[in-house]
Design a protein around this ligand. Structure first.
Ligand SMILES: [Zn+2]
Ligand SMILES: [Zn+2]
Length: 329
């Protein structure tokens, strides 16, 4: 157990760092004065951290797929690049360079009727409408070859766990989060709505990807869960056009895109992720969406070889530091 405890401790430290950075960003941003309350941000961040710890514990206690290591393949890429660095910089791009200019250039006061609703009604309204949108956009990404290039990264992991949800292409995040947060800002939602919405996104994102064997019973018709979404990450033709829901599974039931067999996808590597080779490196994953190539063939370039192995050496060092700490040395 001490080993797992150390992992929690380090992960929470990093997660808190990200939350603090976002907090700092919103504090210094003009949006903050109108839309973001620091108190609510502290509460939602705390809930999110507790939720993450609960999920990590249940992943160990009741795994959907047995034998999945905590430091699974792509763990560091997902944590460092997608969860921490990409998430931080994309918030600046989305809020400063897209939402703010749109908000300033148009007078939305005639459309700000949500202002008079209760906070709960606003949260429910923005959560349901965005979830409905994302069901259709997600479905389109699986149907359209061009849009698939913005979504394949999310499907590239073969060891799916709570952190897998963070692996999303830059373009996908910019489109989805602009459509998510623009209405919240321009329609004059209460200051609490933005942090509550961010918290719900984080909670559902971790939950539906969690490697937990959980049965929702009749609630499965309303709320999405790992038993449906883990199948969406499985490498089977029959599920490629199914289980598109994010928060509410009701869309899949309503539009008849549910795939929910009695059995599980299987525990082999080829039962999961993509059917074709996909780069392991964050930058190459984005380059791959523009031009197809073989990652290993790039090793013939000296500069690439240096960069590629530097990453492995650093990872080994980090792992050995964790290992030493955990063994009590
Ligand atoms: Zn998908
Ligand atoms: Zn997913």
């Amino acid at each position: 157990m001490p080993q797992t405890y150390k992992v929690f401790e380090n992960l929470i430290g990093l997660f808190h760092y990200l939350s603090f950075q976002n907090l700092h960003y919103f504090k210094n941003n003009k949006i903050r004065f109108h839309y973001v309350s620091m108190t609510i941000f502290s509460i939602t961040t705390s809930i999110l951290i507790v939720w993450m710890v609960i999920i990590i514990i249940f992943e160990r206690l009741r795994p959907y797929r047995k034998g999945l290591p905590f430091f699974r393949d792509g763990f560091w890429t997902d944590l460092v690049w997608y969860t921490l660095i990409q998430s931080y910089f994309l918030k600046i791009i989305i809020f400063d360079f897209i939402i703010q200019p749109i908000n300033h250039s148009i007078n939305w006061s005639d459309y700000q009727s949500v202002k008079h609703w209760s906070i709960a009604s606003q949260v429910i309204f923005f959560t349901i409408t965005h979830d409905f949108y994302i069901y259709w956009f997600h479905r389109l990404q699986h149907a359209n070859k061009f849009l698939w290039r913005t979504h394949e990264a999310h499907h590239s992991g073969k060891e799916v766990d709570f952190l897998q949800g963070s692996r999303s292409h830059i373009v996908e995040i910019i489109i989805n989060q602009t459509i998510e947060f623009l209405p919240i800002i321009v329609l004059g939602a209460a200051p609490e709505v933005l942090p509550i919405k961010l918290m719900l996104d984080g909670m559902f994102g971790m939950f539906i990807h969690a490697n937990i064997d959980v049965k929702l019973g009749k609630w499965k018709y309303i709320f999405n869960s790992p038993e449906l979404h883990l199948w969406h990450h499985a490498n089977y033709q029959e599920v490629f056009h199914a289980n598109f829901s994010t928060k509410f599974s009701i869309w899949d039931y309503l539009f008849k895109t549910v795939y929910f067999p009695e059995h599980k996808p299987g525990n082999q590597s080829n039962n999961w992720g993509l059917y074709y080779d996909y780069p392991r490196d964050y930058f190459l994953q984005h380059a791959f969406s523009v031009k197809r190539f073989e990652e290993r063939k790039l090793l013939k370039f000296k500069w690439f070889e240096k960069y590629y192995y530097l990453r492995h050496i650093l990872l080994k060092k980090i792992k050995s530091i964790f290992g030493k700490k955990n063994s009590g040395v």
